[in-house]
Design a protein around this ligand. Structure first.
Ligand code: HEM
Ligand SMILES: [Cu+2]
Length: 583
């Protein structure tokens, strides 16, 4: 542990609009920028998902923006690719870590800012540029890439000859992801440096809020994973632009054209991609696990059950996530003994995951639970994590995965556990921290209606997909009408599309609540939830250097709720022992 050595940058905030709001070095502004970027990405991503759902059940519907108003099979794949890429990279990776992490990590550890404020700004603008490049790929000749968020070679490597969108569109996709990797690497270094070096006096590792642990371990994963993806992207670019053959096999015949490449391996891409990709799914969820532990404890008025076990299981999940990538490649022709090894290690990840789940339930057990909107989303997260985790255990059996791979079953699995669970964590974080960020409350009643509609909606969308998968419905098919055995599944798809419209409409409540409350919400006090951690000890709006020059000393762990013998049911981390009121 080390106390920070004085303010990192000037206590005075820059005055000009551009330096204050656009090219800001203040972690709170940068965090907000990331959150708004993610909000734009999720909005576009959601509209794209509705286009897919419309096309699947009403293939002849006329939609604006497509040639003759009709979504062609290639268009469908473009939409799938853009949806997945926006959601995974620019929403799930960006908002919980770079958005909320940037905003609250320095405050929760008693620091004036991130360790490298200028690099922080650079990370954001690289991410912004990456998103612009990705969106621009939809407007170049040939359109956006059709190779999915996993961008498998050789489809993604051989260029235009492989189909529409695989020329300029695919090149821009790779450039966008490479930029994103660079941004994430810089950001990871910043998170690590900040957590290790800038903790205030008394804040030992085992006194850090679990949110900080979540962001810290995520940064470790990001540092190791994004470097690999960046290298893979550079190799892919070389294959595309400089005639190398890292991922393209010799004598490949594409649509009757013989390609002169020198014996590369398409499987190498899968290995590199999933060596990044599996840790990536945890990069999306670990910050959420931290946030959920924090919120559950606050609104149960109880300490987190098994704090140390939470830290160790978070670390174990982080470590193990680098050893299981092969479970995405069971059908790639790998040696069955390798498959067995990957299968066993994958199941082992279930152990720390289960420890976390039991500890969340243990935190709730016997608590004086306050069902705020944030709390409902936190409990919803636990539910989704369990449901999605259970389907993962089936997928981890090579014999079952042979059948289920590339079906809707996998779509159901990862949307519940990664997509929606992480989004529930973001909603919980938003309802919980909004009063600190904007000095006002969001409307709780609308928040609760938003929760129930969304909770019901996402289960109606993603549970039936498991059934579709068992029935053999492949993912990424543009048409369910052209294959006979899929016709009987039409009613299920119809139900899912209706549920998708219902769920998307419910999000309008959130948009309205969010933007309306910034200006008109009920004014919030400094510590409206009676929280114990440092973000609740600073004034609202939070001063430029967070603590107005008075850096706190930490005297205790982060979750001292309902401590026997105390007058109040919470004891802030920075309250001097002599000031703690006894009952
Ligand atoms: C007990 C825990 C888990 C197990 C046993 C498990 C197992 C698996 C397996 C075996 C696959 C490959 C299926 C296939 O492609 O045929 C898979 C796919 C996937 N899982 Fe999990 N999983 C678990 C937890 C998670 C978590 C926590 C996340 C994210 C936060 C996640 C996200 C994903 C994603 C995104 C995919 C699909 C990627 C794609 O092909 O596009 N999983 N899971
Ligand atoms: Cu995986």
């Amino acid at each position: 542990m080390s106390a920070h050595a004085g303010p990192v940058h000037h206590a005075e905030a820059p005055k000009g609009f551009i330096r204050h709001y656009i090219f800001s070095v203040d972690h709170k502004i940068i965090g907000t920028q990331y959150i708004l970027l993610g909000l734009s990405a999720v909005t576009i991503g959601m509209v794209l998902s509705l286009i897919m759902r419309i096309h699947l059940v009403w293939p002849n519907a006329h939609l604006w923006g497509f040639a003759n108003g009709i979504v062609s099979p290639e268009d469908y794949l473009r939409v799938v690719t853009m949806h997945g890429t926006l959601m995974v990279f620019f929403v799930l990776t960006t908002v919980p870590q770079s958005g909320f992490g940037n905003y609250f990590l320095p405050i929760q550890i008693g620091a004036p800012d991130m360790a490298f404020p200028r690099i922080n700004m650079l990370s954001f603008w690289f991410t912004f540029l990456a998103m612009i490049v990705l969106l621009a790929s939809a407007f170049v000749p040939g359109g956006a890439s059709i190779s999915g968020w996993t961008s498998y070679a050789p489809l993604s490597a051989v260029g235009e000859v492989a189909g529409p969108g695989l020329g300029m569109g695919q090149t821009l996709w790779v450039v966008s992801i490479a930029l994103f990797c660079a941004a994430s690497l810089m950001s990871a270094l910043n998170f690590l440096g900040t957590t290790i070096d800038l903790r205030t006096k008394g804040l030992s590792l085992m006194r850090m809020p679990l949110t900080v642990w979540g962001w810290f371990i995520t940064a470790c994963l990001a540092l190791l994973a994004f470097g690999v993806l960046l290298a893979a992207c550079i190799l892919l670019l070389l294959d595309r632009l400089a005639s190398t053959s890292f991922f393209i096999p010799a004598n490949l015949d594409v649509s009757g054209v013989l390609l002169h490449h020198g014996g590369g391996s398409p499987l190498l891409w899968q290995h590199l991609f999933w060596f990044f990709g599996h840790p990536e799914v945890y990069i999306a969820i670990l910050p959420g696990m931290g946030i959920i532990s924090h919120v559950l404890s606050t609104f149960s008025r109880k300490p987190v059950f098994g704090y140390k076990a939470m830290v160790y299981s978070l670390s174990a999940i982080g470590f193990l996530s680098f050893t299981v990538w092969g479970h995405h490649m069971f059908i790639s022709g790998m040696n069955p003994y390798s498959a067995l090894a990957f299968s066993i290690i994958t199941l082992v990840i279930g152990v720390p995951s289960a420890i976390k789940t039991f500890n969340w339930l243990g935190t709730l057990w016997g608590g004086r639970i306050q069902f705020t909107a944030a709390m409902l989303f936190a409990i919803g997260f636990v539910s989704l994590f369990v449901t999605g985790g259970l389907s993962g255990i089936f997928l981890a059996q090579p014999a079952l995965d042979l059948y289920l791979h590339d079906t809707y079953y996998v779509i159901g699995h990862f949307h519940l556990i990664m997509g929606v669970a992480a989004i529930f964590a973001m909603f919980a974080a938003t309802y919980y921290w909004f009063p600190k960020m904007f000095g006002r409350h969001m409307n709780e009643t609308i928040g609760k209606i938003h929760f129930w509609c969304t909770f019901l909606g996402v289960y109606c969308i993603f549970m039936p997909m498991h059934y579709l998968g068992y029935a053999g419905d492949p993912r990424r098919y543009a048409s369910i009408e052209s294959v006979n055995y899929l016709l009987p599944l039409h009613p299920v798809h119809y139900f899912i599309s209706i549920a998708a419209f219902f769920t998307a409409s419910a999000q309008l409540l959130f948009y309205w609540n969010f933007f309306w409350s910034i200006k008109h919400g009920k004014p919030a006090e400094r510590n409206p939830w009676h929280g114990t951690t440092l973000e609740w000890s600073v004034s609202t709006p939070v001063p430029h250097d967070n603590f107005a020059g008075h850096y706190p000393t930490i005297y205790r762990g982060p979750y001292e709720y309902s401590v026997p013998g105390m007058r109040d049911d919470y004891v802030p981390q920075d309250l001097a022992p002599e000031l703690v009121a006894k009952a």
